[in-house]
Design a protein around this ligand. Structure first.
Ligand code: PLP
Length: 465
């Protein structure tokens, strides 16, 4: 009762909106948003027991501004990925090359000849922007592109095998994160799953025995995110191509990450390249644009001309196509591959993957005193050797020696508070927790100044109080 009487002293919505303190807030965010925020702040004050003097117009305007500024910050704002996973699916996978960013920006700002041939003045095809590049880089006859590799697999299966069976090894019935399960995708593609072999061993005779007049295709899936080791046998894609062609059906090879170059050149383990998969006789090969390739999200389909043409005629293609922004970024990314000598310089994901531990260690030692100074004195910061991961299911067992800033807190609660505060920064910092400490793996850090500037926002004493 007492509260109710006291609350009458709160300024009205109109009074707050008309106050001098509120004017710049309204100027910035507009009357509608400010009015709604004022109502919310007032409702929150009313819901709390009155313990001290009530806020006036000025304090409420300040609270309204803080609320609107917070709302305005995008959850897609740039962050420092110090998780140690370079192609982190939850953090957007590949960071794009400057050339790709510029191309996408230009395509966004203006009209472009997306489906228009500037040479003839006639209608063009959107795949034309990538076809030659992809054929050059992979040795395939033809190429097309869809929204992501999951879509590439879906449309390829549906085109090659709807109403028929697809023969696949039990060792390759993969699940990729985000509910991409090969048996489910097959069902949606209208293809009947014909499993052969066992989890650890599949032989040519297993495929041959499963062939029938109902067979639409043979499917090979790169087991990108796991390894079957020990007593194992798999049929190579070269052998599978011979079996498929002997039976008059195509071989579809889903490479997953699929790289365009031999990564051993950069000290990474060798993944099958798309060119190899094509040369080994696969009729259609599918792979991602934003995994090891280092571009925006996309699914590439390369292979035999007649089959790519059939895929392009599939009505699903219209539902899965990519827009001008991504096409521009993809073309710019692929063009970088024509100059392999300078690729690691220009393609951020490759540059990060190729960074050597001593260089990262030196960076960590350089940053250590500055970071230690920006944290409360009861936190301990030290340099630690660690292992980075490639991510996105590529080379799952391969780790890269790296270096991290390891932060230990006086207790678990303080560590949690720090981690939350780092997430809440205008330019958030995301690390990983290991053995009760926060590890900031510096493999993906290039902007040291920006990183320190971002951390300095932590030093506001209330943040870690
Ligand atoms: C990652 C992956 C996919 C799905 O690709 P997205 O680009 O994530 O849609 C499909 N198949 C394999 C083998 C993969 O590794």
């Amino acid at each position: 009762m007492q509260d109710k009487a006291a609350l009458r002293a709160l300024p009205s919505v109109d009074r707050i909106l008309g106050s001098a303190a509120c004017a710049p807030v309204t100027e910035r965010f507009g009357r509608a948003m400010v009015t709604a925020a004022v109502r919310e702040v007032l409702a929150e004050i009313r819901a709390e027991p009155v313990t001290g003097p009530l806020p006036g117009s000025e304090e409420i305007a300040t609270a309204v501004r803080a609320r609107l500024e917070r709302d305005e910050r995008s959850n897609l704002r740039p962050l420092f990925n110090l998780t140690g996973t370079v192609l982190h699916t939850n953090l957007g996978r590949a960071v794009l090359a400057e050339a790709a960013i510029e191309a996408a920006t230009e395509a966004m700002r203006d009209a472009v000849a997306l489906e228009f041939d500037l040479g003839t003045g006639k209608r063009g095809e959107r795949d034309d922007h990538l076809r030659d590049l992809l054929c050059d880089l992979t040795g395939a006859e033809d190429a097309t592109v869809v929204n992501n590799n999951a879509a590439a697999v879906l449309i390829a299966l549906n085109t090659l095998g709807a109403g028929c069976g697809a023969i696949v090894s039990r060792g390759e019935l993969i699940e990729i994160g985000g509910a991409f399960r090969m048996p489910d995708i097959m069902a949606r593609a209208g293809v009947q799953l014909v499993e052969v072999g066992t989890t650890n061993r599949t032989h040519p005779k297993d495929y041959k025995a499963a062939l029938s007049p109902e067979t639409g295709l043979i499917l090979k899936v790169h087991t990108s995110n796991y390894r079957i080791e020990g007593f194992t046998a798999e049929v190579s894609s070269g052998e599978l191509a011979v079996i498929a062609h002997g039976a008059g059906v195509p071989l579809l090879n889903d490479l997953g990450s699929g790289t365009l170059i031999d990564l051993s050149r950069y000290g990474l383990a060798k993944e099958p390249t798309v060119r190899e998969a094509v040369a080994e006789g696969a009729d259609v090969v599918t792979f991602s644009g934003d995994k090891l390739l280092g571009g925006p999200q996309a699914g590439f389909i390369v292979g035999r001309k007649d089959l790519i043409a059939a895929i392009n005629r599939n009505p699903l293609k219209r539902a899965l196509r990519v827009d001008k922004i991504r096409l521009a970024a993809l073309a710019a990314t692929l063009k970088l591959y024509r100059d392999p000598d300078r690729l690691a310089e220009r393609l951020p994901s490759l540059r990060m993957l190729a960074r050597k531990a001593p260089e990262i260690d030196a960076q960590a030692r350089r940053l250590l005193p500055h970071v230690a100074q920006l944290l409360p004195s009861n936190f301990v910061v030290e340099v630690r050797a660690c292992q980075s991961q490639i991510g996105s299911g590529a080379l799952p067992l391969d780790t890269l020696p790296s270096a991290a800033l390891r932060i230990t807190a006086p207790d678990g609660r303080s560590l949690e508070t720090l981690i939350a505060a780092l997430r809440d920064l205008p330019h958030p910092v995301i690390g990983r927790i290991r053995d009760g400490a926060l590890l900031l793996d510096l493999r993906c850090l290039s902007d040291e100044k920006g990183f320190l500037a971002s951390l300095s926002a932590l030093s506001a004493p209330h943040v870690l109080a």
